[in-house]
Design a protein around this ligand. Structure first.
Ligand code: PMP
Length: 437
């Protein structure tokens, strides 16, 4: 029997971890596109949730990986240093602002990097408590999951002593910056003594929680409050960092001076690679606290070096600002025709489109509607995903190399998808299996 990839996947790959938003099964990728089993060309407006930061099969990544895998200068950074890992760490330190002696921990994923950060920081500081935000997603393994606040993770218990604060959302405005900071002050005065708090973990743009850009000044005010108490500010740049926001780091939009920066996804250009940049006294505090045999392997690190070099040499942050601006303008113009579009927001090539039933009440659409838009877009030739605690935000995090023509193509598909879904072209049953969170 000649089963198609999707059927073989359904029979073998564990189901509950999948975030499938359409029947797309990719046989290969090239640039901003993936090709399915029928050689249909699909514009990937998500770039695999931001992991394929330079698109697929970028020549510089391919070249770096080919060369590293042929030399294969050992497979474990735990055992021996290798040039690619050390070079990658040097490059990352060079592009990441910070003071004092800093070191780089290298891992495989955003999840293990945040996990390492939280354990290293709490151990080194001797302070057990952590602050993070409702809606934040810091990882899918125990330590990083336990400092997350995403509704998809309520099946597991948070870390004891975790303080979850609301993330101020300028569109819905349930909590203003001032209210969140007031709540934090009150917590400090009462049940969360600041000298017990080691760190605050925050996404500079909350991505899985709804692609929310916080109000201007919020991150800086939060950082100031926390740093005054010796609480380390940890910027989770896993999804929106490294040029995506239009600057090298998303935290730079607020002129922040974080203590710890966490990288993942796009840093490896699609290969498993993550990193924590932190004060040496934190990361070197305890031996053997986060050993992973193949972390820092030369292949992933060679990809990381190629990604960082390409981002700088090809000015991808500027491309993100220009093409991301086009995408946001395009969606805003589309909002004239599609009353379902309540808000268009983002920075650079991290774009969110918030769908509502009514612009006055800002009531989120039922996630079935979001899923239908995505399904129809897939049928018309574009792939993307949805995020947000109400499942009503289209998220676009395409390749940082996305061209203006590709952006126009994506906008045309989305425009048609809105029209077709409103016209009833996608049935509820069709999307039932594509609503995973
Ligand atoms: N941090 C952020 C901000 C993320 O968006 C994600 C993944 N969505 C992670 C951490 C975890 O990364 P990974 O799935 O690569 O482990």
């Amino acid at each position: 029997m000649n089963l198609r990839l999707r059927e073989r996947d359904a029979q073998t790959i564990a189901g509950i971890e999948k975030l499938r938003f359409s029947p797309l099964a990719a046989l290969r990728g090239e640039g901003s596109y993936v090709f399915d089993e029928d050689e249909r060309k699909i514009l990937d407006l998500s770039s695999s949730a931001g992991a394929a930061s330079l698109g697929y099969a970028h020549p510089r990544v391919v070249e770096a990986v080919k060369s590293a895998v042929s030399e294969m200068a050992t497979a474990s950074l735990l055992m021996y240093p290798n040039e690619h890992a050390v070079g990658f760490a040097e490059k990352l330190l060079a592009v990441t602002p910070g003071e004092g002696e800093r070191k780089v921990w290298i891992g495989h994923s955003g999840s293990d990097a945040n996990d390492t950060a939280v354990r290293a920081i709490t151990k080194a500081s001797g302070r057990p408590r952590v602050i993070s935000f409702i809606g934040s997603y810091h990882g899918g393994i125990s330590g990083s999951m336990a400092v997350s606040g995403h509704t998809s993770q309520t099946h597991t218990l948070p870390r004891p002593g975790l303080l979850l604060l609301p993330y101020p959302d300028p569109y819905r405005g349930e909590f203003s910056s001032e209210e969140v900071l007031k709540l934090l002050d009150y917590q400090f005065e009462t049940t969360t003594p600041p000298d017990q708090v080691s760190s605050v973990f925050i996404e500079p743009i909350m991505s899985d929680g709804g692609l929310i850009v916080p109000p201007e000044g919020f991150l800086a005010a939060l950082a100031e409050r926390c740093q005054a108490h010796g609480i380390l500010v940890v910027l989770d740049e896993v999804k929106v960092g490294l040029c995506r926001s239009g600057l090298m780091h998303a935290f730079e939009h607020e002129g922040l001076n974080p203590d710890v920066v966490v990288f993942g996804k796009g840093v490896g250009g699609g290969l498993p690679l993550s990193a924590v940049v932190a004060p040496a006294e934190v990361l070197d505090h305890t031996p053997a606290f986060a050993m992973e045999t193949t972390a820092g392997n030369p292949v992933s690190c060679a990809a990381g070096c190629a990604v960082l070099d390409t981002m700088i040499e090809d000015k991808l942050a500027e491309n993100a600002t220009r093409v991301g601006g086009m995408l946001m303008d395009g969606f805003r113009a589309m909002a004239d025709r599609h009353p379902m579009i309540g808000d268009v927001r983002g920075r650079g090539l991290a774009v969110g489109v918030d769908l509502v039933t009514d612009r006055e009440t800002k009531q989120p659409v039922d996630p079935t509607v979001t899923a239908k838009i995505i399904y129809r877009a897939y049928e018309l030739g574009a792939a993307l995903i949805y995020v947000g605690l109400a499942g009503n935000v289209l998220e676009l995090t395409p390749s940082l190399c996305l061209s203006e023509d590709e952006a126009r193509e994506g906008l045309a598909v989305m425009d048609q998808a809105f029209t077709d879904v409103v016209a009833g072209k996608v049935a509820d049953e069709t999307v039932a299996e594509f609503m995973m969170w």
